[in-house]
Design a protein around this ligand. Sequence first.
Ligand code: NAP
Ligand code: G4F
Length: 347
Amino acid sequence: MAQRAFITGITGQDGSYLSEFLLAKGYEVHGLVRRSSTFGTERIDHLYLDPHLESARLFLHYGDLTDGNTLSRLLQEIQPTEVYNLGAQSHVAVSFLNPIYTADVVALGTLRLLEVVRQLDQPVRFYQASSSEMFGKATEVPQNEETPFHPRSPYAVAKVYAFWQTLNHREAYGMFNCNGILFNHESPRRGETFVTRKITRAVARIKRGLQERLYLGNLDAERDWGFAGDYVRAMWLMLQQDEPDDFVIATGTRRSVREFCEAAFALVNLDWEQYVKIDQRYLRPAEVDMVEGDASKARRVLGWEPTVAFDQLVEMMVEADMELAAHERTLVDAGLKQVEWRQGRHD
Ligand code: NAP
Ligand code: G4F
C-alpha cells in the first residue's frame, strides 16, 4: 500500500521541509491548514502549484488542532499510515501572552489528535514534535533522553504535557508513538519573529538601506542551532524503526545570540555592535539560559547525523535574506513599496 502521511503544521517551517522530503519518497501527503484571510501557504506553494511533479500527491484540508470533530472526520477519510503532529503556537514569548490558547493547541491539541488516531481501524505511526524547551532550566549539560524536564514557559509546559500523553498512549494502548525532542533548527524558511531569522532579515535589510537598527532582548541566551532540513529527516527515520522510541535531535554545539549576531553581520562586512540595540520588551518573564543536546542515541539507532554546521547555517540564511532584501529594494526604488518597520517589531 502507498504510504500516506497526515501533517499538522504543514504550512510552517518544518511542515514544508517534511512535505518535500516525503513527496520525494513517493508518499501521498495530506496537510491540515487553518483558514486565514490571507493564503499563508507560501512555504508549500512551490509543491502545491507545481504542475509537473509533486502536486498530484499533495492535499490540503481546512482544520485546526482545537477542533477535534474535524480532525476525526479528516483522519477517518484519509486513513493515513503516518501522522506527524507539527502544528503548534510555537513562539515561546507569545505563550506568556496567550497561555491558555497555547495550552489548548499544543497540549490538548495533541491529546485530541492522539485520541482520533487511537480510534482508527488500521495501525498508524505517530510523530510528536517535542522540544528542547522542555529541559528549560536544565540540570545537566548536554541534555539527553534521560535528562529531567524543567519547563520555563507556558509553551514548554504544554509540550511536556504533549510529550507524556504521546508516551502514555504508547504504553497504555500499544500505539507506535515517537517523541522527537528537537533542539532549535533554522533555515531561510524560519518564521521572522524567531531570533535567528529576525537577525538575518535585519542584516540584509540594513545592508540594503531598508532598516536602521535591530532591537533584541537577551543576547546571552545560548542555543544549539541546526538546519531544519536535517531535522525532518530524523522525524521520518524515527517512524521507520521496528520499535517506537523517543530521541534527542541536536548538533551538540551551542552559541549565544550575541555570537549569532557577530557571525551574521560579519558576512556582509558590518559591525553588529553599531546596529543591535536592546529593547526590554523582548525579555521573557522566565528564560531558558542555555540548551545543548546530546544526540548520540539518534546517531547510534537511527544513523542520523546533522550535515549543516553553524557557520554554514548562518551563511545560508543571510544569503537568502540578501536576495529577498534586493527584491524589496527594487520595489522601493520603483516606488511600488513603502519601507516598512525601520525599527523592527515586537516579538
Ligand atoms: P512554525 O513555523 O511556527 O509552524 C507552526 C505550524 O503550526 C504552522 O503551520 C501553523 O499554521 C500551525 N498551527 C498553529 N496553530 C495551529 C492550530 N491551532 N491548529 C493547527 N495548526 C496550527 O513551527 P516550526 O518551526 O515549523 O516547528 C514545528 C513544530 O516543532 C512545532 O510544534 C514546534 O513547536 C516544534 N519545535 C520546533 C523547533 C524549532 O526549532 N523549529 C524545535 C523543537 C520543536 P499557520 O501557518 O496557519 O500559522
Ligand atoms: O528564536 P527564539 O524565539 O527560540 P526559542 O525560544 O528557543 O524557541 C524556539 O526553539 C524551541 C526549541 O528549543 C522550539 F520548541 C520553539 O517552538 C521555537 O522554535 O529565541 C531564542 C533565544 C531566546 O533565549 C530569546 O530570549 O533568543 C533570545 N532572544 C533575544 N532577543 C530573542 C530576541 N528571541 C526572539 N524571538 N526575539 C528577540 O528579539
